[in-house]
Design a protein around this ligand. Structure first.
Ligand code: NAP
Length: 280
């Protein structure tokens, strides 16, 4: 039976992942069967059982299923365990092995592609969902300074800060506290607020002199935050397209044992970026 790969999410129809993996396959000479499968929350276990029966060997998992994927894995990489969220599943005999490539994907895009030195940057993370959980440990490992986390639902902020277990360095705060938090060198938008609802209001006072703003969203969903970042004087504004390509390359390497080259795929997608709709 041939090996199948897929991205599971809800919604997932606009996902770029099939296009990215097809391009990696072409570049590396590996025949790729990778599709997008829409799965309602609560149905992931059932959908994966069908997928295995059809030859499913590996999958990406995206919004809002990353924490559900974490729960059903038989074993996990250290970075997936720290994140409490899984975006990459590898079928290993009769078991699912879970990994999280979001964090390494973001850090590689920021440091290698955009030449940002992350070390000692006082960082503000907006959001505490699956993506925030994936990228926060990698940012800490990359040497950022203090990390302030703000999320609409405070319980999720606290849960993420607890999971990161670095109390002197990681600070959960309320949205209402934003104007009093001081200036930041790095602001990461890990919310899905720009996708179908207006961006929440961000005070200009959080922007420091050498501040870089990073939106994990891309395409239309990144427009509000990127516009705010530019209007507020951020020195750099980076959207999530490069992270998307880098996390995909890392997943590809897990499944096929070869790490594809990413610049050509990034350039191809970047050319169409204005027309993209976020759905990793
Ligand atoms: P998620 O688990 O559903 O979490 C969504 C986050 O956004 C939560 O923190 C949520 O706050 C917040 N949020 C949603 N609507 C909001 C609003 N109107 N105002 C304020 N906060 C709001 O989703 P996720 O997996 O973390 O993904 C977040 C975004 O990152 C998505 O748009 C996704 O496409 C993008 N992403 C990109 C990549 C990439 O490779 N570029 C990878 C992963 C994710 P509450 O907790 O209060 O609900």
């Amino acid at each position: 039976m041939s090996r199948h790969f897929a991205v599971f999410g809800h919604p997932v129809a606009h996902s770029l992942s099939p296009k990215i993996h097809a391009a990696f396959g072409k570049q590396t000479g590996i025949a790729i069967d990778y599709r997008a499968i829409d799965v309602e929350p609560g149905q992931l276990t059932h959908a994966l059982a069908d997928f295995i029966a059809q030859g499913g060997a590996g999958a990406n998992v995206t919004l809002p299923l990353k924490q559900a994927a974490f729960s059903l894995c038989d074993d996990l990489t250290e970075r997936a365990r720290r994140a409490g969220a899984v975006n990459t599943l590898v079928r290993n005999g009769d078991t699912w092995h879970g990994d999280n490539t979001d964090g390494v994907g973001l850090v590689r895009d920021l440091t290698d592609r955009h030449a940002l030195d992350l070390r000692a940057r006082r960082t503000l993370m907006l959001g505490a969902g699956g993506a925030a959980r994936g990228v926060a440990p990698a940012l800490l490992d990359a040497g950022i300074g203090e990390l302030y986390i703000v999320n609409r639902t405070p319980q999720r902020t606290d849960a993420l800060a607890d999971a990161l277990a670095e109390p002197g360095r990681v600070h959960p705060r309320y949205l209402a506290d934003l104007p009093a938090l001081g200036e930041f060198d790095l602001i990461v938008n890990a919310t899905s607020a720009g996708r179908d609802q207006p961006m929440f209001s961000l005070p200009r006072a959080v922007v420091g002199r050498r501040c870089a703003a990073v939106d994990l969203n891309y395409g239309e969903a990144a427009i509000p935050f990127m516009a705010w970042a530019r209007a507020s004087g951020c020195m750099a504004a980076v959207d999530g397209l490069g992270m998307l390509v880098e996390q995909a390359a890392e997943s590809f390497a897990r499944w096929h044992g070869v790490r594809p080259e990413t610049d050509a795929v990034f350039a191809m997608l970047h050319g169409h970026a204005a027309a993209l709709v976020t759905a990793d």
